[in-house]
Design a protein around this ligand. Structure first.
Ligand code: L34
Length: 292
C-alpha cells in the first residue's frame, strides 16, 4: 500500500510555480495576484482561506483577503465581486464556499468574470470544461488528476466510481475522468445518496473517488483488493483528546480500506493541499493570459 502524499506533491508544485514567479520578477513582469472573499466565520473555511493566502506568500504571489461579516447582503457581495472584476491588478479571485443561507450561491458564482474565475465555477467555464476546451479546471478535481498523474496511476479503461455529485467535486470529476486526457479515458460511474446496490457498484471499482460528505462512509468490505482510493471528504469530528477539540475524518474508513488499497490518500495531507496548489496554478494561468 502506497500513501498518495498530497502534502509533498503540492509542495513540489508550489516550488515549480515559485520558479515561474522568480522568472517573471527577473523579467520585470507583474506577479500574479489572487484575491479571496470569505463571508462569515466558519472555522473550516477560515482555515482553508488562510492556507491559500499563506501559500501565495510562500511562492511570491500577491494576495488579498476580503473578510466580510456573515450578515453581508447578497447585494453587497455582488458589489465586491464587481470591484474585483474591474480591478486590473487582480488576476483571479474566489468566493469561498459555503456561503451563508441568505445568499444565492449560483447568482454569486455567475457574477464572477469568467476570465478571473480561478475556481472554474462559472457556468461558462463549467461548459468549457465539459466540452474539453481550455479553461480553469476546478481545483479539487484538477488536484486529484495531477496526483494520479504524478504517481503514474493508470486510469485508461479503468472503472472509476465517484461517490457524490456535487458541483465542485463529484460532477466535474466524473466529466474529467471520462474525457480523453491524462488521468482520463476511464469508465466512470457516479453514485449518490439515492443510488441502489451501492456496494455492488463500489466492489467493481478500480479507483474510488469518495466525495459524499459523510465521514468514514466507505468501509473495507465495499472495495476490492488493490483498489486506488481518493478521499476528498474532510469533516471535523468532535474529539475531546485533541487540543482543538476535533479530529479530521475523511469519507473513507482509513483503517479497513487501507488494508485492501494499492494507493490511498490520507486525510489530512491528501487532496486538501492539492486543491490549494491547483488554485495557485490557475492563478498563474490567469496572469499569463493577461500578458497577451
Ligand atoms: N470557492 N470554495 C471555493 N473553492 C474551493 O476550492 C473550496 N474548497 C472546498 C470548500 N470550499 C471551497 C477548498 O478550498 C474544500 N477546500 C479545501 C481546501 C484546503 C483544504 C481542505 C479543503 C486543506 O488544506 N486541508 C488540509 C487540512 C486543513 C485543516 O487542518 O483543516 C489537509 O491536509 O487536508
Amino acid at each position: 500500500m502506497t500513501i498518495l502524499d498530497g502534502k509533498k506533491v503540492s509542495n513540489d508544485i508550489k516550488d515549480e510555480i515559485a520558479e515561474h514567479v522568480k522568472a517573471m520578477v527577473s523579467k520585470g513582469e507583474k506577479v500574479p495576484h489572487l484575491a479571496a472573499i470569505l463571508v462569515g466565520t466558519d472555522g473550516a473555511s477560515m482555515t482553508y482561506v488562510n492556507a491559500k493566502v499563506k501559500a501565495c506568500e510562500r511562492i511570491g504571489f500577491n494576495s488579498t483577503l476580503i473578510d466580510l461579516p456573515d450578515y453581508t447582503t447578497e447585494e453587497e457581495l455582488l458589489q465586491k465581486i464587481d470591484q474585483l472584476n474591474t480591478d486590473n491588478d487582480i488576476d483571479g479571485f474566489i468566493v469561498q464556499l459555503p456561503l451563508p443561507k441568505h445568499i444565492d450561491e449560483q447568482k454569486v458564482l455567475m457574477a464572477v468574470n469568467p476570465d478571473k474565475d480561478v475556481d472554474g465555477f462559472h457556468p461558462t467555464n463549467v461548459g468549457k470544461m465539459a466540452l474539453d476546451l481550455p479553461t480553469f479546471l476546478p481545483a479539487t478535481p484538477y488536484g486529484i488528476m495531477e496526483l494520479l498523474e504524478r504517481y503514474q496511476i493508470e486510469t485508461s479503461g479503468k472503472n472509476v466510481v465517484v461517490l457524490g455529485r456535487s458541483h465542485i467535486v463529484g460532477r466535474p470529476m466524473s466529466i474529467l475522468m471520462s474525457q480523453k486526457r491524462k488521468a482520463g479515458d476511464a469508465t466512470v460511474t457516479v453514485v449518490h445518496s439515492r443510488s441502489k446496490n451501492l456496494k455492488e457498484i463500489t466492489l467493481e471499482a478500480d479507483i474510488v473517488v469518495a466525495a459524499i460528505g459523510i465521514s468514514e462512509f466507505l468501509t473495507g468490505d465495499m472495495v476490492k483488493e488493490d483498489v486506488v482510493i481518493i478521499d476528498v471528504g474532510i469533516t471535523r469530528v468532535p474529539d475531546a483528546t485533541k487540543k482543538t477539540g476535533y479530529r479530521l475524518a475523511g469519507d473513507v474508513e482509513f483503517e479497513s480500506v487501507s488494508k485492501k488499497a494499492s494507493y490511498i490518500t490520507p486525510v489530512p495531507g491528501g487532496v486538501g493541499p492539492m486543491t490549494i496548489a491547483m488554485l495557485l496554478k490557475n492563478t498563474l494561468l490567469a496572469r499569463k493570459r493577461n500578458l497577451q
